[in-house]
Design a protein around this ligand. Sequence first.
Ligand SMILES: NC(=O)c1ccc[n+]([C@@H]2O[C@H](COP(=O)([O-])OP(=O)(O)OC[C@H]3O[C@@H](n4cnc5c(N)ncnc54)[C@H](OP(=O)(O)O)[C@@H]3O)[C@@H](O)[C@H]2O)c1
Length: 271
Amino acid sequence: MTTIGRPLKPPPPMPKDTQHPLKLLILGGTGEAMELAKGLEDDARFDPVYSVAGRTRKPRLPNLRCRTGGFGGIQGLVDWIRAEGTHIIIDATHPFAAQISANAAAAADQAGCKLLALRRPAWTPEPEDHWRSVPHMAAAAQALGDTPRRVLLTIGQLELAAFCQAPQHHYITRSVELPETRPPQCLCLTQRGPFQLEDELALLREHRIDTLVTKNSGGDATRAKLEAARQCGVQVVMVERPPVAQVAHKVPHAQAALAWLHQFTSNGAFA
Ligand SMILES: NC(=O)c1ccc[n+]([C@@H]2O[C@H](COP(=O)([O-])OP(=O)(O)OC[C@H]3O[C@@H](n4cnc5c(N)ncnc54)[C@H](OP(=O)(O)O)[C@@H]3O)[C@@H](O)[C@H]2O)c1
């Protein structure tokens, strides 16, 4: 880490009154991050900035100060935090966004600011589910086997290249924006969650899907497809989460993050 020769600047003191609101950096790009951000709109105790990576052309943004694009690694994030006088980083990124979560943990440590991680629990199979867990996307493509299948891919638009190696299958992809790279036999649907059970059942039936490939994102917004797969006897290839940075403070959902912040302002400090 390149801290050698840099003057060590102490983190800004925690403000004690609403004249000096807590400066927050929300690392977003998820439904929970939006829910959290909306819960902070018009709350004078907080001065939040909402950050997205800039992967989608029309990101959903809250009515807060927003920024777009990477910080430039850990050091860039440390510099940004120091320049802004950020008190608390809230990592509300997706469970598969492991790089920014690791950067946030390292940068909070270096800059001496608090970090709260919003970590939604992973999905787990029910007894009647047919899941096969795999560690990454290449393994998911391999797990489909040689016999042609009709596959629904709900993995976003950026990681479809792995399925170009398995062109024998017929794919339906669902993502927020049209993918640039896609396997040859592929119908691309652009839709943004949350999704309802009836719609998921209709999608599986209309396209005669026999296999669903998905990431173990957890949460409620996209859970209905798993219930639909269960009801239709569709096999699920579940790409499990990458390992994520360990943090001192974590909560499972946006409302718990808001409660944590409210407690923070009333206590003034956390252990
Ligand atoms: N991966 C998914 O399946 C998925 C699904 C839904 C939403 N998202 C959202 O999409 C974003 C990108 O995901 P990813 O998997 O590409 O992340 P990643 O691999 O963990 O991050 C790659 C780089 O993108 C920048 N970055 C990521 N999130 C950022 C944010 N909220 N604000 C500013 N910069 C950010 C950082 O660049 P620097 O190092 O330059 O700072 C980071 O090092 C995340 O914010 C995530 O919440 C991801």
